[in-house]
Write a protein that binds this ligand. Structure first.
Ligand code: F3S
Length: 388
């Protein structure tokens, strides 16, 4: 693998042991995946942030590191809202451990914006090379923005943040970004909302596995709906990049040769069968974290209503701060808008038997991660159920 003089110095230990080890990790990963060189990155997003998922071993490893990120880097959601963990009912022992994890990342120069939607906080542009690790963020960056990132593991993304480079293979290369299978949606999608896109992704992800799908027939795609689609296909499949005919930036150029690709048809019933009316004892939306537009929609639907069961809304602290009035409106109903965490990585959600979500990704993860039944519905249905 080609390395420059700076890289050689780092490998010789001239910038400290942690940076040396981080570059060794990057080079080893690059060799495994056949990378010929490293590519400088514009930003990193680091998973492995919730104490619920990394545990004591992960915390000790982080605490042993001594280096600083050299590119803007953010954390993935953690197990609690940093400022409101007591209000959310987080166990103090867990909170103390989680704070130690956060402090370790802060020492490494990782910004404490704990979110899977870093693109709402910092500009990310077409063609940017990134080292992001949360699967929905990776999917959004690649597909909706047209930036370039592989789905990094937590240590790989952290190493890239500290070195400022990542191995150049896979989705960093133009020729590896072509569609590999066509998903033809044979449904009237004009009135579909985020939940339908999430349910489509939940279904399609199982069919396409780790191939790059090219969706056709989606007539109501918006960035928020695509966010839901990508999060779900990444959860039930291993999709880090998808294209939508005429919509996503690389597909909109119309340059893909689709001849000879396998075609899968998805019909209305296959999506709608996922919308089951089962009783729930909590509602949670914001997977991935809400955009300002989603917060506005939720506020509008909750106006003049009072929730009759716990209603969680998840968004990044940055989005909350910039939309405080909307957040206040939502909270007037009794719903709570929490930053930094989500229904999957917070241990608080394990107290519920059945959770209603508007996300295909949460539909896939809640059963295993929260030991609860998951029900999917539109945001309007979520509000209806929570206020009836
Ligand atoms: Fe984000 Fe948590 Fe969903 S990390 S994509 S809100 S599972």
């Amino acid at each position: 693998m080609q390395l420059d003089r700076d890289d050689e110095r780092i490998l010789a230990g001239e910038q400290g042991e942690t940076k040396q080890k981080m570059l060794e990790l990057i080079v080893a990963l690059g060799k495994v995946f056949g990378a010929e060189r490293l590519v400088p990155i514009r930003s990193a997003q680091v998973s492995g942030a919730s104490y619920k998922t990394i545990g004591e071993y992960g915390l000790q490893w982080l605490a042993s590191l001594d280096a600083k990120a050299v590119v803007p880097a953010v954390l993935n959601p953690i197990g609690m809202p940093r400022g409101r963990w007591e209000e959310m009912g987080v166990d103090p022992v867990f909170a103390q451990k989680q704070q130690a994890v956060v402090a370790a990342y802060e020492r490494l120069g990782i910004a404490l914006e704990c979110t899977c939607t870093p693109y709402y906080l910092r500009e990310t542009s077409f063609g940017d090379h990134l080292a992001w690790s949360e699967s929905s963020a990776v999917s959004y960056a690649n597909s909706v923005i047209g930036a370039r990132t592989n789905r990094e593991g937590g240590p790989g993304a952290l190493a890239a943040a500290i070195v400022g480079k990542t191995p150049c293979y896979g989705l960093h290369l133009e020729e590896k970004r072509k569609p590999q299978i066509i998903v033809r949606v044979e449904a009237d999608t004009r009135n579909w909302d985020i939940a339908h896109y999430g349910a489509l992704g939940y279904h399609a992800g199982k069919l396409v596995g780790n191939r790059i799908p090219f969706f056709s027939g989606l007539e109501s795609a918006t960035p928020e709906r695509l966010k839901g689609l990508g999060a779900a296909t990444a959860a039930t499949g291993a999709v880090a990049l998808y294209h939508v005919e005429g919509v996503t930036p690389e597909a909109a150029k119309g340059l893909f040769d689709l001849s000879g690709l396998e075609v899968i048809n998805v019909e209305t019933g296959e999506v709608e069968r996922l919308f089951k009316e089962i009783p729930v004892d909590a509602v949670a939306v914001g997977c991935p974290h809400c955009s300002p537009l989603e917060l506005e929609e939720i506020a509008g639907l909750l106006r003049g209503k009072v929730v009759t069961m716990p209603f969680y809304v998840f968004a990044s602290q940055g989005v909350i701060d910039r939309n405080q009035k909307t957040v206040d409106q939502i909270e007037k109903s009794g719903a709570r808008v929490f930053a930094d965490t989500c229904m999957v990585v917070s241990p608080v959600m394990e107290q519920y038997e059945a959770i209603m979500v508007n996300s295909g990704k949460a539909l896939a993860y809640v059963p295993d991660m929260c030991a609860a039944v998951a029900r999917i519905g539109t945001i309007a249905e979520c509000v209806n159920v929570a206020t009836e």
